[in-house]
Design a protein around this ligand. Structure first.
Ligand code: PHE
Length: 349
């Protein structure tokens, strides 16, 4: 009998070894301690045992039962622990404090764009939008850009042919579509939509066939500005840009206009910037944006009389502003989605 009891203990331990879940554990338990279990069967045999041997039999039975229950208990604990760890994932260290309640945030370029837009709103500019896919006419022809201009080269611009024609586009001739290379196309769309006086700011995405490096990206952002009214002069242009750049980079900013060329402005300028309070701007001028007086030919193309209306336009890269504001040395950080970079600049600028 003792031998039988020992065999049952061994059987219990052996069968529990391969048990991985609670249901299998219950099954093994039933084969030993259930109504038809092996230990229960032996216990039922007490009637056939001589009276004098019964106390010893009972004691042996209880000892075995206790031993077996211990084995089952510890087996169940280890099954449950394993299941808990699995539910948590093996990489989780449950002793670490819980993560902060991080709800996400806005991208550094969004923050910079908002900051730029809010400055122009203060002086009466409203936001205008247009499509990122453009016809060549809006992107180049209407902006007085000749057919053989290098910007129109397939090496510089992403061309494509749309599957369906967009009926709502006022197209002057049959032509290919481009991904807009600058936001200047919004100048034309706004002037066709609305009669001057007009004061718009048009932030958005642009595309060029650039090889990606620390300062170039095939996908980037600009903000266009356009001001058309009666008697607008270069003084207004300089005044608006000075105000904007001082609000953006601080009162100590110095600006200068340097002659340049754009097909759609005449005269055209680059704006340079120097600011003793900003790292690398403290001891050198750096170029920040292009601008100029709207070319009378452009006004003529949108059927405005250049004798009555004058205006200025400007274009500025949003990445460039964000890089100066935050001392970022590589444009690719904006698109890599490295969580450390994004969370570092998460506060609205
Ligand atoms: N579109 C020009 C560029 O992308 C910038 C610009 C805008 C210049 C408006 C003059 C006026 O370089």
């Amino acid at each position: 009998m003792e031998k039988n009891l020992q065999a049952i203990v061994e059987e219990a331990a052996k069968n529990l070894d391969s048990v991985a879940n609670r249901a299998d554990w219950d099954n093994v338990k039933a084969t030993i301690l259930g109504p038809n279990g092996s230990l229960t069967q032996i216990a039922k045999g007490i009637g056939g045992i001589p009276k004098e041997d019964r106390p010893a039999f009972g004691q042996a039975l209880n000892r075995t039962k206790k031993e077996i229950e211990e084995i089952f208990k510890s087996s169940l604990t280890s099954i449950e622990q394993k299941a808990d760890l699995e539910a948590l994932g093996t990489e989780v260290d449950p002793t670490l404090p819980p993560p902060a309640n991080f709800t996400g945030g806005t991208h550094p370029l969004t923050n910079t764009r908002r900051k730029m837009v809010s400055i122009f709103r203060k002086i009466g500019f409203t936001v205008a939008e247009a499509t990122e896919a453009e016809t060549e006419w809006f992107c180049f022809d209407a902006l007085n850009t000749p057919e053989d201009h290098p910007a129109r080269d397939e090496q510089d611009t992403l061309f494509f042919t749309p599957e369906a024609k967009w009926n709502n586009i006022k197209q002057k001739k049959e032509e290919a579509y481009v991904l807009r290379t600058h936001t200047s196309s919004v100048q034309i769309r706004s002037l066709l939509r609305e009669k001057p006086p007009l004061r718009i700011i048009a932030p958005g995405r642009c595309f060029r066939r650039d090889t990606v490096d620390a300062t170039h990206s095939a996908n980037f952002h600009q903000t266009e500005g356009l001001y058309v009214d009666r008697k607008v002069t270069i003084k207004d242009l300089k005044g608006v840009l000075d105000f904007f750049l001082k609000e953006l980079f601080g009162d100590q900013v110095e600006t200068r206009l340097r002659p340049s060329f754009f097909p759609f402005t005449e005269p055209s300028f680059e704006v340079d910037l120097r600011a003793p309070n900003i790292g690398k701007l403290s001891d050198q001028w750096i170029e920040i944006m292009g601008c100029g007086m709207v070319d009378p030919k452009v006004l003529g193309l949108v059927e405005l009389d250049p004798e009555e209306w004058t205006g200025f336009a400007f274009g500025i890269g949003i990445e460039r502003v964000a890089m100066i504001l935050h001392g970022i040395d590589d444009i690719r950080h904006f698109y890599n989605n490295d969580f450390r970079f994004l969370t570092q600049l998460n506060q609205p600028t």
